[in-house]
Design a protein around this ligand. Structure first.
Ligand code: CTP
Ligand code: MG
Length: 220
């Protein structure tokens, strides 16, 4: 079976701010997108890596990627799920890993766990438990939710391409924030494998500082 990693990098990075979109900015001298590509391309089970960027981001992406082989760049859309859909129609493989460029450090062990889980399930995602108390949001705090009922879901998210494309074709809800939401709605069983804090998404400035510190401390 052929395995392709699809990295979505078409966002504008508005919450992080600071001129150029986060996926094209360097951490430790290397663009976030380049870190993400290298982490997946270096895994022996991954045959190809493709990248979705936004209209007008070609030059920045080219600079960030250098000589890395990612085939032709795919042009995404307004929402993350639009970018994923663009990727799904542009690639051809048996198994797909959908991954956020904003998660530059993917440990190979997570990919191992995802691939192993696909032998018993129709999809697999990395999850982590939540250390804080969870409660329903509101102007005044709502009822506490049992945190043992909840996990936070990361990427990469692994599916067979045919299953995921089919699930997206059937999705009628509002713009989904990840693939597992769509796949689950289509009735696929999705394994929840152990995630990794090094996969946490770079969203705001504190995340950026944390990523730089992880790299400097050689935790990556
Ligand atoms: N993404 C994408 N296409 C979009 C929006 C997001 O490919 N239309 C990608 C981002 O580039 C990122 C990943 O999806 O790698 C996760 O999105 P997020 O962290 O929200 O990134 P941004 O949308 O760029 O940031 P923000 O929401 O703060 O503007
Ligand atoms: Mg966003």
């Amino acid at each position: 079976q052929t395995v392709t990693a699809l990295i979505v990098a078409a966002g504008s990075g508005s919450r992080l701010g600071g001129g150029i979109a986060k996926q094209f900015r360097p951490i430790g001298g290397k663009a976030v997108l380049a870190h993400a590509v290298d982490a997946l391309a270096s895994h022996p089970a991954i045959d190809a890596v493709r990248v979705v960027i936004g209209q007008g981001q070609e030059e920045m992406a080219g600079q960030a990627l250098g000589q890395r082989d990612v085939g032709e760049l795919i042009i995404g859309g307004a929402e993350r799920s639009d970018s994923v859909r663009a990727g799904l129609t542009a690639i051809d493989c048996d198994v797909i890993l959908v991954h956020d460029a904003a998660r530059p450090f993917c440990p190979p062990q997570v990919i191992d766990r995802l691939l192993a889980a696909l032998e018993k399930h129709q999809g697999a995602v990395p999850v982590l438990s939540i250390p804080d108390t969870i409660a329903r949001a509101g102007e005044t705090l709502g009822v506490p939710l049992d945190r043992t009922d909840a996990v936070r879901v990361q990427t990469p998210q692994l599916f067979r391409l045919a299953d995921l494309s089919d699930a997206f074709a059937r999705w009628t809800g509002p713009s989904p924030t990840d693939e597992a939401t769509v796949a689950r709605a289509a009735g696929l069983t999705i394994a929840a494998v152990e995630g990794d804090v090094r996969l946490d998404k770079l969203t705001g400035p504190a995340d950026w500082a944390r990523a730089e510190a992880m790299l400097a401390a050689r935790l990556i």
